[in-house]
Design a protein around this ligand. Structure first.
Ligand SMILES: [Zn+2]
Length: 245
């Protein structure tokens, strides 16, 4: 019977029986078996997995196992030394969501402008940020080392000093997020996804000047805002283009 050697990293081990935690183990398989099916058969939900290496090369869930493969399975970037291989992947295996600390407001706005899901509530304590991060699998964005050192924090990124453009570029490159970026698909104010709407359906709410100039409108169901490509948009688009340049 063909077999592959598996190794699971960090918190993914919690899904495995004790004897398979943090060690290499061999597993036989029959016929065509995808790495995703095999990982789930071993007890690890695929939604927990962020990176799979087969013989050192990043693959997606559809990869078909071959006899003798060595499979390494990682949750969200727990280890810095996998940073280089994550760049092999164009689109991360699962949606990356964030929760931002209070002190980096510009980052929140511009990451939302890129379509990234960034939760931010100025009233949250560190304890609450950690709880939401764990429950919703949100990566904490902060400039507080104290927060990231807390033993309950599973995923977090320390925002280094720099311009907003440099900081956001650092985050999206570190997590290989360029493939999931969808500019102007999310509300800058409340983080809800935006829906395209026709001009007619919101006609009465658009200032006459904008009506004459713009045809594309988006609506936020979360906070009832309407977006169009006005001057505010142009200013944000300039920064977005700079980040993606
Ligand atoms: Zn909104």
């Amino acid at each position: 019977m063909p077999a592959a050697t598996f190794r699971f990293y960090e918190e993914l081990n919690e899904f495995l029986p004790l004897e398979r935690r943090k060690v290499d183990f061999r597993c036989g398989f029959k016929g065509r078996e995808s790495v995703k099916d095999m990982i789930e058969a071993l007890g690890v939900p695929h939604t927990e997995v962020d990176l799979i290496l087969v013989n050192g090369v990043s693959v997606d869930f559809g990869y078909i196992l071959q006899d003798g493969d060595r499979i390494s399975v990682y949750p969200v970037f727990e280890s810095l030394d996998i940073q280089d291989v994550t760049h092999l992947r164009e689109v991360p295996l699962r949606e990356t969501r964030f929760i931002a600390d209070v002190n980096i407001g510009d980052i929140v706005t511009y990451m939302r402008a890129l379509g990234l899901d960034v939760y931010c509530d100025l009233a949250l304590s560190h304890r609450e940020i950690i709880r939401i991060s764990r429950e919703e699998k949100r990566t904490i964005l902060t400039q507080s080392r104290k927060l990231l050192k807390h033993r309950d924090v599973i995923r977090g990124i320390f925002i280094r000093p720099g311009t907003t453009v440099e900081q956001i570029r650092g985050i999206i490159d570190f997590l290989s997020l360029r493939g999931v970026i969808a500019p102007f698909s999310r509300c800058l104010e409340c983080n809800s996804p935006l829906a395209r709407v026709t001009k007619e359906s919101i006609y009465g709410r658009i200032p006459p000047k904008a009506r004459a100039l713009y045809d594309d409108y988006s609506y936020c169901n979360g906070c009832d805002r309407i977006y169009w490509q006005g001057t505010h948009f142009a200013r944000i688009k300039k920064v977005v283009d700079e980040i993606l340049a």
